[in-house]
Design a protein around this ligand. Structure first.
Ligand code: NAD
Length: 489
């Protein structure tokens, strides 16, 4: 480890953050591992369910005060947090690379993306407006206002340690909600450093609390069973989301769920192949393929499939695989050993059923959890590679003959997060916007994420939207009041 890395890790908090205090966890310690080396880089507090309840106590105790804090003040705290993040962007990027594995260039991109939620929701905090109107009969006056939903439980995944936290914390704070945050067990350091940054930006004690824990289910059960909690926002896998929704139903909690994806990437015969190949590399290899928005199924028209496959295979062979801390690395390690085994299972299954691997297909020897970037051609719908979320650096190419087949294949999944479409025919593009059963779509682009856009899915990809003008309403309740018309006796 370099001196800079050692200094950064030593300066990163290692305790729970409850009521503005750094406190030990009741369950001992959790080891945080660098996936590029397999080595433990820091140990942090392991919170118990009782720690979780203490964190909720803190959030509940300041909820009313925070809700009444002027929106401008809440906005200024978010804006200062944005500024602090810009000053410390290299530290945050390096910390994410160390605990999660992504290449430094991508970690810097995540700091930029994650930071935008602080700026965006700071701007939205002062624009929480209602409506006023007369009833259709003219007998009454209606006032529609929005108020914070109350204490929230925010659970984040390991793949975007900063952005998934800011995408929830920023709108919660802007709306006037307090929170208990549970980061993923594999990548807690970024969230701990981020809450320290919020404190530096002037966030009052208790408004945001962080509990790291190796017993996610027990911690979540305790917090979700507490009637004082009013909302859960979860980003993670669909099975865990379903489990948390069942639990949340017991107290009829407001729930936002950002779950798994199985994105189709459709290349029509009239696509600009240069654009499609560039975008495919981005849509697949960003975050080492470990993104809910990663293109999972490359559906390519038969007339251009051979050329697309050959060009993609050449590009994939040239990718530089290595530790994310090396500036020239393009593809880092997967998050853990079992992730490598899981992706290999999908590749082997596809090969045994007739798929052709044109490059890659094996784990890399040596330390760390590395997998060769892989291209599999002649994939079919019955292969697990098409059905499951791959979450690794594998391009799976499946061929189609016409638009109707492309659409049917694209929509034949229980997921519906995002789709990518490549065509130079804008009427066809518009038809796809209309007919693709997803919450988001990229037309001739390989990345759609933007703080100003409402991010989210349909079907089993989730409920609710994060970001955009819509995002703050996930943390607000609508209240309707009726009064007699003052002009009528
Ligand atoms: P995960 O579901 O395993 O874990 C997510 C979070 O839930 C973590 O904090 C984890 O500690 C916690 N958790 C795990 N099991 C739990 C349980 N039984 N009870 C309560 N909490 C539990 O997901 P992951 O592996 O961290 O992330 C990858 C998944 O997240 C993928 O499916 C990906 O598509 C999805 N994801 C979705 C989005 C989106 O916006 N739709 C964004 C990023 C990731």
């Amino acid at each position: 480890m370099t001196d800079t890395e050692q200094r950064l890790l030593a300066a990163t908090p290692d305790k729970l953050y409850i009521g503005g205090e750094w406190v030990p966890g009741e369950n001992g310690h959790i080891a945080v591992v660098n996936p590029a080396t397999g080595q433990t880089i820091k140990t942090i507090a392991d919170g118990s369910p009782a720690d979780g309840i203490r964190a909720l106590d803190a959030a509940v105790s300041v909820q009313d005060h925070w809700a009444r804090t002027p929106p401008r003040e809440r906005a200024e705290i978010l804006r200062r947090a944005f500024d602090h993040l810009q000053e410390r962007k290299e530290d945050f990027a390096l910390l994410m690379t160390l605990e999660m594995g992504k290449p430094l260039s991508e970690a810097r991109g995540e700091v930029a993306y994650g930071g935008e939620f602080l700026r965006w929701f700071g701007e939205e905090a002062v624009r929480i407006n209602g409506r006023y109107g007369t009833t259709p009969e003219g007998t009454g006056q209606m006032i529609i206002t929005h108020r914070p939903v109350g204490p929230c439980y925010l659970v984040t995944p390991w793949n975007f340690p900063l952005a998934m936290a800011t995408r929830k914390i920023a709108p919660a704070l802007a709306a006037g909600c307090t929170a208990v945050v549970k980061p993923a067990t594999q990548t807690p350091l970024t969230t701990l450093a981020f809450v320290q940054l919020l404190e530096d930006a002037g966030l009052p004690a208790g408004v945001v609390n962080v509990v790291t824990s190796s017993s996610a289910r027990q911690l979540s059960d305790a917090i979700l069973s507490d009637p004082r909690l009013r909302k859960i926002s979860f980003t993670g896998s669909t099975p865990v989301g379903i489990e948390l929704m069942k639990k949340a139903a017991e107290h009829v909690l407001k729930a936002s769920m950002e779950l798994g994806g199985n994105a189709p990437f459709i290349v029509f015969e009239d696509a600009d192949l240069d654009k499609a190949v560039d975008a495919a590399m981005l849509a697949k290899f960003r975050n080492i393929g470990q993104a809910c928005t990663a293109a999972n199924r490359f559906l390519v028209h038969t007339s251009v499939a051979d050329e697309f496959q050959q060009r993609i295979t050449a590009r994939v062979k040239a990718l530089r695989v290595g530790p994310g801390t090396q500036e020239d690395t393009q593809v880092g390690p997967l998050i853990e050993e079992k992730a490598v085994a899981g992706v290999l299972r999908l590749i082997n299954d596809a090969q045994s059923r007739g798929a052709v691997v044109t490059t890659g297909g094996a784990a890399l020897d040596g330390k760390g959890f590395f997998l060769e970037p892989t291209v599999a051609d002649h994939v079919t719908s019955d292969m697990a590679l098409s059905i499951e979320e791959i979450f690794g650096p594998v391009i799976a190419i499946q061929r189609f003959v016409d638009e109707a087949e492309a659409l049917a294949l694209a929509n034949s999944t229980e997921y519906g997060l995002v789709g990518y479409v490549f065509t130079e025919d804008m009427a066809r593009g518009q038809r796809m916007i209309d007919l693709l059963d997803t919450g988001m779509m990229g037309l001739n682009v390989g990345v759609v994420s933007n703080a100003a856009g409402p991010f989210g899915g349909v079907k089993q990809s989730g409920l609710g939207r994060e970001g955009g003008a819509e995002g703050i309403y996930e943390y607000l309740e609508t209240k309707y009041s009726l009064m007699p018309d003052p002009h009528r006796k």
